[in-house]
Design a protein around this ligand. Structure first.
Ligand SMILES: Nc1ncnc2c1ncn2[C@@H]1O[C@H](COP(=O)(O)OP(=O)(O)O)[C@@H](O)[C@H]1O
Ligand SMILES: [Mg+2]
Length: 371
């Protein structure tokens, strides 16, 4: 079990800085997901924690001790990545036992730990097989087993499921989450897939271009994104954004969107200049079908996807996707009306920062909690 603290971490490759001063803390037993687009520095950050990449400046602390100069093998961490790197000439058992044999662990202890890991990962029937006689999912489980037997203080996963097909990925996601519940070991999991982040994490760290955009629980990020990047990155399909200019309506902001009109919001007008550039955001699942007293958007239907239980309708002019419950009669080229309820709207200033609401209350999605 372990805590981790990152203090102002910087990484430069030659003249190029790729990590620009990252700080956050990871509690004992937490499942933390680093998520962000490809190339944003997730692997580099993980490798700095792990000791496979040197630290240009800043500190990594494990259980309160600075480990910058502690070699990777002595940090007590285990890294699992997408290319499983199993030894092809060894059996599953030997692959899992190899690291412990190198450490001089007694044979009985090795057998006990490998058996326990094999039981946890449902690999008991495959212990005498070679990796080539296993499926992709089984190989990934062996790679995880190899990490488990080392009883690390922290597990580090770098996109471990990206080589697997979609169905297997969902299954393995559940297995890794289950593993965390049983072992209660601190885990850091890197992915570019926001669905993986949402479904697995206690805490998500959203990264962009070597900087932290926001740290929070999955639903905090969904309900209260700190900025337009996080709002667009978390949630699927992506949040709709309509750009316009601020019109002050009492204590709240209206956003005057060209070709649409003024969208009334609950964002606070405090300190906002009339005419300032603003974007209003709404998630597809919060758009309502039909006309209401205000915030009705009329557009031409550019595409319809009927999934049976729900429908995706994309409007052109304004470009906007609605996820409506059930089935729809709308078709390509129809004129459709959509309503944007004010309590579901997010408002971002010219820098993309979320503006606070003029009243403090639950986010609309929280109000619609079921069960
Ligand atoms: N050894 C290296 N030398 C130079 N640049 C590197 C090296 N490793 C990674 N980078 C650069 O650092 C950035 C972050 O890479 P990486 O951490 O692999 O991103 P991610 O894992 O989020 O896709 C990228 O622009 C990448 O090209
Ligand atoms: Mg990577």
């Amino acid at each position: 079990m372990a805590t981790l603290n990152l203090r102002n971490l910087v990484k430069r490759f030659g003249d190029v800085a790729v990590i620009h001063g990252i700080s956050f803390d990871i509690d004992d037993g937490e499942f933390v997901v680093f998520v962000g687009p490809s190339g944003c520095g997730k692997s580099t950050l993980l490798r700095m924690i792990c000791g496979l990449e040197s630290i240009t400046s800043g500190e990594v602390l494990i259980d309160g001790d600075v480990v910058n100069d502690v070699p990777s093998a002595r940090r007590g961490l285990a890294l699992v990545f997408q290319s499983y790197a199993l030894y092809p000439h060894m059996t599953v058992y030997q692959n899992m036992a190899f690291g412990l044999e190198n450490l001089g662990t007694p044979k009985a202890e090795i057998t006990a730990r490998v058996s326990e890991a094999a039981r946890m990962l449902q690999l008991e029937a495959f212990l005498q097989r070679k990796p080539t006689a296993l499926s992709g999912g089984q190989r990934q489980r062996v790679a995880i087993g190899r990490a488990i037997v080392r009883e690390p203080k922290v597990f580090l996963f770098d996109e471990p499921l990206s080589n697997l097909d979609a169905e297997l990925r969902v299954g393995m996601r559940g297995e890794i989450a289950g593993l965390h519940r049983r072992l209660k070991t601190t885990m850091i999991y890197v992915t570019h897939d926001q669905v993986e982040a949402m479904t697995m994490a206690d805490k998500i760290v959203v990264l962009r271009a070597g900087r932290v955009e926001q740290v929070g629980a999955p639903l905090d990020l969904y309900n209260h994104p700190a900025n337009q990047f996080v709002a667009g990155f978390i949630g699927s399909p992506r949040m709709n954004f309509l750009a316009g200019k601020a019109a002050i309506m009492g204590g709240s902001i209206g956003v005057d969107v060209p070709g649409v009109g003024v969208i009334m919001t609950h964002a606070s007008a405090d300190g906002v200049a009339p005419g300032a550039a603003m974007s209003v955001g709404i998630r597809p699942e919060h758009v309502l079908g039909g006309r209401a007293g205000w915030n009705t958007v009329t557009g031409e239907v550019a595409s319809v996807e009927q999934l049976g239980g729900m429908s995706y309708i994309r409007l052109a002019g304004p470009d906007m996707t609605a996820q409506l419950p059930g089935q729809t009669r709308l078709g390509f080229g129809d004129t459709a009306e959509m309503n944007l309820p004010p309590d579901a709207l997010h408002v971002f200033d010219a820098e993309g920062i979320s503006l606070p609401r003029s009243w403090t209350g639950a986010a609309p999605a929280e109000l619609r909690q079921t069960a």
